[in-house]
Design a protein around this ligand. Sequence first.
Ligand code: FES
Length: 109
Amino acid sequence: MTDMTNPTTDENFERVCTLEEVPEHMPRRVQYKGRGVLICRDGDELFAVDEVCPHENESMKRGVIFDGEIICPHHQYRFDLKTGRCNQRCAALQTYRLEVIDEEIWLGI
Ligand code: FES
């Protein structure tokens, strides 16, 4: 089914940065509705997940992106960028909807 949401008119969406501001293999931290969110580029795909690691509530803005996952810099737990699931016994990361329009990145719940 096609998602007919238009981020530019949906109040749940906010423009957070441009495509060129997101590096390879490192997250780009942005603010979305008052909280830190990491935009992650893995190859041609983009994902958005919460900044705060659910293991010990540390920032993952210096995490590494590799093979569809973000690796927390503190204890190296790995989180799937699509689902937010962790490879350890740990709560999942919140994930966000992400749309690219005219080289700009929009996030939504
Ligand atoms: S704080 Fe992220 S793995 Fe421990």
